[in-house]
Design a protein around this ligand. Structure first.
Ligand SMILES: *Cc1c(COP(=O)(O)O)cnc(C)c1O
Length: 472
């Protein structure tokens, strides 16, 4: 729950987590700042025992700062909630597309979670982080032959999305006769949920998964392929979802198909319900806690199975955003200011759409604090602009902040999910560094991209160099 101390309502303190007992932390997805956020004696924001202004001095800005405690807490809350609310076997897997890098994969692995990957690159990263292939689920609606072979060699479970992939996989796996390939089938469940159109995936008009009316044919095809060991069904309805009902509806649909699949003699014993739990980007967001979400999903599966007198399947969930989103903030340095009388004041920061493309892609709304003056009164409404050559490059429209000056450190909250992973080099701006903080220790987990890094993949054909002769 967000702090409501009225004496602080007017300052950056209002976004601090209200945490009294670190042994029973609140659900990270309901907080704007990481769980360890506090204000130190210099009136600066501290996360994981590290002063954000000091981190920027040392590592520069923009800077992603990841709080290890918050990330681990989210992992534990998911696992413990499944143990508490589901009587069958369960597995939580991290949808690593939210943020795939070695350090984050390693932390999540050490918490006992599995992984969902959607490309050869994410699979490579996860394996390099030390994760065993048999804990990895390979997704995607257009996997290449190379990716399928890589996934098979690595001992992953492959979530089959469509007919082309199914026939490719049947061929490849038949050549490799020693061992069958563990696969699951992705269904489009036909469930609508209230989220941005681009992150909705479960309605019928979706590029992902088999249409329900194809399923009987798919099941009968798979049942004739001994090289494919079809262990389960998968569906994912979308992302940044606050409602519980669509997840409960999904449970009903999946259990119905689980029962039908058994008529084809398939050993289907696993249901993967996808991810999708939302997080707080502003104080108006009101997602259920991790425990509440798990309880809703688990009890819906249990009652659907009970009604059909089916044994409980192994239940898999694959959250991304709600594991990593609230664990990270992005620190920027404030630069230029433009006041347009009666219209708007812009303040510009040293990053923007290249490190956080969500506002320009999904009109996402964020909150920020001024990390070097946390108690300052919030006196003006300004638009925080990025530095890219794009009018839509706005970090926050109408942010309520203290009067800012060039050199202030502006910290945007809840930037762990789909920020670094969707970052680009637009305008040839290097991607920021990322720092992991924990109990006063700060470790670099991703280096800042240098100018040299930016041209590292560029090639100059010799004839272009030769043609320089004609220059004046
Ligand atoms: C993106 C995605 C997830 C994770 O979604 P979140 O909203 O980040 O929890 C899980 N499964 C699949 C198949 C996805 O595409």
């Amino acid at each position: 729950m967000l702090s409501t101390d009225s004496s602080l309502q007017n300052s950056g303190h209002k976004y601090l987590p209200n945490i009294t007992d670190f042994n029973h932390p609140p659900s990270p997805n309901q907080e704007l700042l990481p769980l360890t956020a506090k204000v130190n004696s210099n009136d600066c924001l501290e996360i994981g025992g590290c002063d954000l202004t000091e981190l920027v001095k040392q590592y520069g800005s923009p800077l992603y700062v990841v709080d290890e405690f918050t990330l681990r807490t989210a992992c534990r809350q998911y696992r413990n909630s499944f143990l508490k609310y589901y009587s069958g076997e369960s597995q939580v897997i991290y949808a690593s597309k939210a943020w795939s890098c070695l350090a984050i994969c390693r932390i999540v692995d050490s918490e006992g979670l599995g992984f969902d990957v959607v490309s050869g690159g994410e699979l490579f990263t996860t394996l390099k982080a030390g994760v065993k292939g048999n804990k990895i689920y390979f997704h995607g609606n257009n996997k290449s032959i190379e990716e399928l072979k890589f996934a098979i060699e690595s001992d992953c479970t492959i979530i089959i999305d469509n007919w082309l992939e199914l026939t490719h996989l049947a061929e490849i796996s038949a050549q490799n006769s020693q061992k069958s390939v563990r696969v699951m089938l992705r269904l489009t469940p036909g469930i609508e949920c209230h989220t941005h159109e681009y992150i909705r995936t479960g309605h019928l008009d979706s590029k992902f998964g088999f249409d329900p009316n194809q399923i009987p044919e798919v099941l009968s095809y798979v049942s004739q392929k001994p090289s494919l060991n079809c262990v389960g069904l998968h569906a994912h309805i979308g992302s940044q979802i606050f409602e519980r009902q669509p997840h409960q509806d999904l449970a009903e649909v999946l259990v119905e198909w689980l029962q039908k699949a058994q008529e084809y003699g398939l050993p289907i014993q696993e249901l993967n319900v996808g991810g999708g739990l939302g997080i707080c980007y502003t104080e108006a967001d009101d997602p259920p806690t991790i425990a509440e979400w798990v309880q809703a999903v688990a009890s819906a599966i249990e009652s659907a199975c009970h009604n059909r007198q089916l044994p409980l399947p192994k239940l898999i969930a694959e959250p991304g955003r709600s594991l990593v989103g609230s664990a990270c903030v992005t620190a920027y340095t404030v630069g230029s200011r433009k006041e347009i009388p009666e219209i708007r004041t812009y303040i510009a920061v040293d990053g923007g759409m290249s490190d956080n493309p969500r506002p320009i892609t999904y009109q996402s709304v964020y909150r920020a604090v001024i990390a070097n003056r946390m108690s300052a009164k919030l006196t003006e409404t300004v638009t925080v602009a990025g530095k890219h050559c794009e009018s839509g490059d706005i970090v926050i429209k109408d942010a309520l902040l203290p009067k800012t000056e060039s050199g202030d450190i502006l910290v945007v909250t809840s930037t762990g999910a789909y920020n670094y992973s969707m970052a680009s080099n637009y305008n040839r701006i290097g991607r920021p560094a990322a720092i992991l903080v924990n109990q006063g220790e700060a470790n670099l987990i991703i280096q800042r991209e240098s100018y040299q890094n930016l041209i590292a993949q560029d090639c100059l054909p010799a004839r272009l160099i030769d043609s320089d002769k004609n220059k004046d």
